[in-house]
Write a protein that binds this ligand. Structure first.
Ligand SMILES: Cc1ncc(COP(=O)(O)O)c(C=O)c1O
Ligand SMILES: N[C@@H](CCOP(=O)(O)O)C(=O)O
Length: 463
């Protein structure tokens, strides 16, 4: 399998090189040259596999330059840290199926990919003898999952930028209480988009990227998306044969990474009827799907802070397919966005979008109401991000469809919102008990490219 860029400016790469490159050197995002279609027979054979076996079956198609025994060992090690034997179990509540993605070390769906990516980086670096300096941006969950994926690993430093005061208190503590010498947290005075923009600018500074061996843990890294494709298959197998209904997935969306993984599963032939894209009030993607309006606005803080994102980086990957895999059209679209603050779409393009996606923007009161209603009716606690997806599923799913809602975080990460909605504090999983008593380390800075670059240089030189 070879990897190409959405912007068409690089020679095809192996999986290993794609993982290490992160953001493509032409500023685009990496994608496999082709997405293989899975036959009905293979799908039937995959139905009985354990999570780890299924992960191996899917990932080995795309990571064909990693020896199978090594890949299998990496997968087994990565999911041994999960507290549920099914890794991503599915539970039925109130007519929807909840795909619980929060049984990893930091209680969010990011662990599914970042436990694997941390181990993959370590494996590739051991072989090459090189060092890696990871730079990532987080609105709260990627940061802690990435830090927990690489803490204490040889030959890796990690620098994570989060927007100061804009994550939940638990999310911030999950990052800043990891004080291993290779971990560096930066709280930037700004928004998540400012942080993501700084990270992308550093990656696009090719001299700096080369000299400091930068690595990516955000979903700009193809390995992140790939690992997330697995749970769409896994959940579909658990739900699809229960009845004759068509399966839809409802996905709370910020950076478009998780739902893009669902789109890849659909391209591979998994019978997904529709992908429901659920946003909070930061709704550029809902406006796009419902009104064809992809225009930049301003980020507003919400009770689902991990989705307080304006510019979804993985949207570029989807555009590549919408534009029939023509990199020139992707380049034109981003030139239009930079010039006019919007991308315009034809009626034909919007018809194609709506054949795959439905969307709903869910406001904060609606989010809290769904948490309260679910708790009252079933005793089950939703985190506010999951609640956004559940609301979309309840409103958009037809009688001939079965919704699977991605539960992207544990409610304890967002205790304040859950308590506001239900009047009860969510129970604390063991990994969070006493976290507020731990020593912490974090550097506060302006969201200033040069200041952050200088900080990275100093810390790398000091190790
Ligand atoms: C808890 C949670 N839910 C949903 C999302 C949205 O996922 P994505 O950015 O892949 O669209 C995020 C972060 O991005 C998150 O942390
Ligand atoms: N919500 C995310 C934002 C970064 O998204 P990523 O999937 O590109 O890493 C977070 O929790 O940081």
């Amino acid at each position: 399998m070879k990897y190409i860029s959405t912007r068409g400016g690089i020679a095809p790469l192996s999986f290993r090189d794609a993982v290490m490159m992160g953001l493509a050197t032409d500023g685009g995002l990496l994608l496999p040259e082709s997405i293989p279609a899975i036959s009905r027979e293979t799908l039937a054979a995959w139905q009985k596999l354990s999570y780890q076996e299924l992960a191996f079956a899917i990932i080995s198609i795309y990571a064909d330059d990693i020896p199978p025994a090594d890949l299998k060992a990496l997968i087994d090690r990565s999911y041994a840290t999960f507290t549920h034997p099914d890794i991503t179990p599915v539970v039925a509540k109130n007519g929807v199926e909840i795909l619980e993605l929060f049984h990893g070390p930091t209680l969010a769906f990011k662990d599914v990919a970042l436990q694997l990516l941390g181990n993959l980086f370590e494996y590739l670096l051991k072989e090459s003898g090189k060092k890696l300096n990871i730079i990532g941006a987080t609105s709260g969950d990627t940061g802690s999952a990435a830090i927990h994926g690489v803490r204490g690993k040889e030959n890796i430093n990690i620098f994570i930028l989060h927007p100061l005061g804009k994550t939940s208190p638990i999310q911030a503590m999950q990052m800043t209480t990891v004080t291993d010498p290779n971990v560096h947290n930066i709280a930037a005075r700004g928004t998540f988009d400012d942080c993501q923009n700084i990270v992308k600018t550093l990656f696009n500074d090719l001299a700096f990227k080369e000299e400091y061996s930068l690595g990516a843990v955000n979903s700009i890294n193809w390995a992140r998306v790939l690992a997330q494709v697995v749970y769409y298959f896994y959940a579909w197998f658990r739900v699809a044969d229960q009845g004759k209904k068509k399966v839809v997935f409802s996905v709370p969306t910020g950076n478009f990474g998780d739902i893009f993984a669902g789109y890849v599963a659909k391209l591979m032939g998994l019978p997904i009827d529709k992908l429901l894209l659920a946003t909070n009030e930061n709704n550029i993607l809902s406006r796009f799907i419902n009104d064809g309006d992809y225009s930049l606005g301003h980020v507003v803080p919400t009770v689902s802070p991990s989705m307080d994102i304006q510019l979804a980086s993985n949207f570029e990957r989807y555009l590549y397919y919408l534009y029939d895999q023509d990199p020139a059209r992707v380049r034109n679209a981003f030139a239009e966005l930079a010039r006019d603050g919007r991308i315009s779409f034809s009626k034909n393009e919007m018809d194609r979008v709506r054949a795959e996606f439905l969307s709903l923007s869910v406001n904060q009161q609606e989010t809290l109401d769904i948490i309260a209603r679910f708790h009252k009716e079933t005793g089950y606690l939703l985190d506010p991000h999951t609640a956004v997806g559940v609301k979309a599923a309840l409103d958009l799913t037809g009688p001939d469809q079965q919704a699977i809602c991605l539960a992207t975080a544990h409610p304890a990460k967002f205790g304040e919102a859950v308590t506001r909605a239900t009047g009860q504090d969510p129970p604390f999983p063991p990994s969070l008990v006493g976290i507020d008593k731990l020593p912490s380390r974090c550097e506060t800075m302006d969201a200033d490219l040069e200041q952050i670059k200088q900080f990275v240089k100093e810390k790398v030189k000091a190790r």
